[in-house]
Design a protein around this ligand. Structure first.
Ligand SMILES: *Cc1c(COP(=O)(O)O)cnc(C)c1O
Length: 460
């Protein structure tokens, strides 16, 4: 064994080999040195565990593999086969494949081209946002948590804000309404009970210190049974009678009637405004299907000052979000929903998905892997319509947790799910252009789990 250790080349010697010399030119000397160290380290570990020695070419291969992984994207593209369309861990709404031209060079971000002077970052977009939602004014920030922080800080600092006990929500990724309110420096006044809150609970809680009434959408849960909450119209009327702003954290940014896609009706941003909300805020990367952003729309009197607040500078969106949002808004405005990946997924018919499932299953079978096409249920996810699913289609494979884990370890990771001990791939969230890589990754994962997948029946 010690002989094998001694025969390992030194780093500087390794780098003299023609292949690694070339690699060092491409990746840089320090990266190549680091890769040599790492590769040698893992080879030594192998030897310690009783592994055999490697040839020079094999050692060089190991170094090159290390170098390639240094070069790989930090945020790797994956195939989302979970059927969850707004998957927060997978980047929520997917963006269009083609990047806008203005993002690959300079753009008039804060520049008035007409007059040749400094312009306002939001000026080109504000009108478009407001128009799409039928609002008087609009502001855009970094995400919806920022929207709430800005609204509360600017309008309710050191004052009281009324919230129903049924709406003290926590959203994934450590967004908790009470914590955001604390950060904004306002006092949360809880009204009503978890299941029932009445208009008079709000009315009785209003005093000289009250700065606003806030309604937060119960994004990711439902309270069912003996429940009640006052209508938005009644809350708006109460707020206005007491000269308070009525704030709605709508969350999802729903702007179309979801029943169009067989989903349950959800109050749209426009509905909230019609009901009398003064400020409505929501995410850009949920049902809007755009980039991460927070959008605030509503009455000019309340919304306009937000863009001038000192905190706005810290919360403002970057140019990529602004450009992508503009594109998303125009697609909604013109009802060109197929340009928004989320909506092209929603629009896909079960028939079309079934045909794809059969085609993929056939290609797998030709290579000795059995996949059984089957109906599945997809979900919007991202804290929208929590208890509703959408008919979808995919296929199931034997192999259980083993195969599920192996699928994530391929060159392009496949994220699937387990149902009845089978690995289930839901095609609604797999981009059609990914079908080919899906097949390749499935075949290679089945090969790696050798024996785990055989030509046994793939389910019901
Ligand atoms: C999603 C959501 C948030 C958080 O939005 P981010 O854009 O993730 O910051 C806040 N409130 C509600 C009601 C939500 O649904």
């Amino acid at each position: 064994m010690s002989e094998n250790f001694r025969r390992l080349p030194a780093v500087h010697r390794l780098l003299e080999s023609p292949r690694l010399h070339a690699a060092a030119q491409r990746y840089g000397r320090s990266a190549a040195t680091e890769a040599c160290r790492k590769a040698l380290e893992s080879i030594r570990n192998r030897l310690r565990l009783g592994g055999g020695s490697l040839s020079d070419a094999e050692i060089e291969d190991a170094v090159l593999a290390e170098l390639r992984s240094l070069e790989a994207d930090a945020y790797r593209p994956v195939v989302n086969a979970t059927g969850v369309m707004l998957h927060t861990n997978l980047g929520r709404s997917p963006l269009p494949a083609q990047q806008a031209e203005s993002l690959s060079g300079y753009l008039a971000l804060e520049f008035d081209v007409e007059r040749g002077c400094r312009g306002q970052r939001l000026a080109p977009l504000k009108e478009r946002v407001a128009h799409l939602f039928g609002a008087e004014a609009a502001v855009m920030v970094n995400n919806n948590a920022s929207s709430l922080l800005l609204i509360l800080r600017a309008l309710t600092h050191r004052k009281e804000v009324l919230v129903s006990r049924s709406q003290l929500i926590e959203i994934g990724g450590s967004f908790r309404l009470p914590a955001v309110m604390e950060a904004a420096g306002c006092t949360l006044v809880e009204v009503g009970c978890t299941n029932r809150t009445h208009l008079k609970d709000y009315a009785e809680a209003i005093n000289d210190e009250t700065a606003a009434i806030l309604v937060a959408h119960q994004s990711n849960f439902r309270i069912v049974g003996f429940t009640t909450n006052p209508s938005m119209d009644d809350l708006a009327a109460l707020a206005h009678e007491r000269e308070l702003p009525f704030i709605v954290d709508q969350g999802s940014g729903c702007l179309h009637d979801l029943t169009r896609w067989g989903l349950p009706y959800e109050m749209t941003v426009g509905d909230c405004l019609t009901a009398g909300a003064d400020l409505v805020c929501f995410s850009g990367d949920k049902l809007l299907g755009g980039p991460q952003a927070g959008i605030i729309v509503g009455r000019r009197r309340w919304v306009e000052p937000l863009g001038r607040h000192a905190l706005y500078r810290a919360l403002r969106p970057d140019k990529t979000a602004l450009v992508q949002m503009d594109r998303t808004l125009r697609a909604h405005q013109a009802d060109r929903l197929h340009e928004i990946p989320l909506y092209s997924m929603l629009e896909m018919t079960v028939d079309a998905l079934r045909r794809r499932a059969r085609r993929v299953a056939r290609r797998l079978k030709d290579n000795g892997v059995l996949a059984t096409p089957r109906p599945t249920r997809a979900a919007l996810g991202g804290g929208t319509t929590p208890d509703e699913t959408l008919a979808s289609y995919g296929f199931a494979l034997d192999g259980g947790q083993n195969l599920l884990d192996e699928l994530r370890r391929g060159e392009t990771p496949i994220v699937a799910r387990i149902e009845d001990d089978m690995v289930v791939v839901d095609l609604r969230t797999v981009m059609p252009k990914q079908d080919q890589v899906l097949v390749a990754e499935l075949l290679s994962a089945c090969q790696r789990t050798a024996g785990g997948q055989s030509l046994k029946t793939g389910g019901k």
